[in-house]
Design a protein around this ligand. Structure first.
Ligand code: HEC
Length: 119
């Protein structure tokens, strides 16, 4: 009986960790796959600045803003002009999904990015 206890407490701890993710319905694997397929990593790193800002910096910038998701979905689907780290300007990549223009996939990736704030 006694040696069942650690497993029980571990189970409770795991359930506690999984809850916030589950309630958000965020699909991390899908977000990472979409990001990989689109080569976003060429310019964005989770924590480091590259040609574009880190996803953490973006998340911090939009923290607490109610329209953050809409703004970033818009950003990823409308090719706005952006300034790269070296000062040159170009149109931001329009995200490609399969099937095309699947906003649920874009939104999932945006929510994943917005979740990368410094805790
Ligand atoms: C050629 C380099 C490049 C690629 C590839 C790229 N980005 Fe960006 N991205 C940038 C730059 C530069 C900015 C900075 C815009 C600014 O602050 O002016 C940016 C900004 C952003 C922002 C923040 C917009 C805001 O309003 O602050 C998000 C989110 C983003 N990129 C996501 C992505 C995703 C997702 C992909 C892959 C589909 C991607 N980027 C591909 C260069 C790139």
């Amino acid at each position: 009986m006694l040696n069942l206890r650690p497993a029980f407490f571990a189970g409770v701890a795991l359930a506690g960790l999984a809850l916030p993710l589950a309630s958000h319905a965020l699909d991390v694997d899908a977000a990472l796959a979409l990001q990989r397929q689109n080569n976003c990593n060429k310019c964005h790193h989770m924590e480091r600045e590259k040609e574009g800002p880190s996803f953490r910096k973006i998340a911090d910038k939009y923290k607490g803003k109610a329209d953050a998701t809409d703004k970033l979905v818009q950003h990823l689907t409308s090719s706005p002009k952006v300034k790269l780290a070296d000062g040159t300007e170009e149109e931001h990549k329009v995200i490609a999904t399969r099937p095309a223009k699947d906003m649920a996939q874009v939104k999932n990736l945006v929510e994943y990015i917005l979740a990368q704030t410094k805790k």
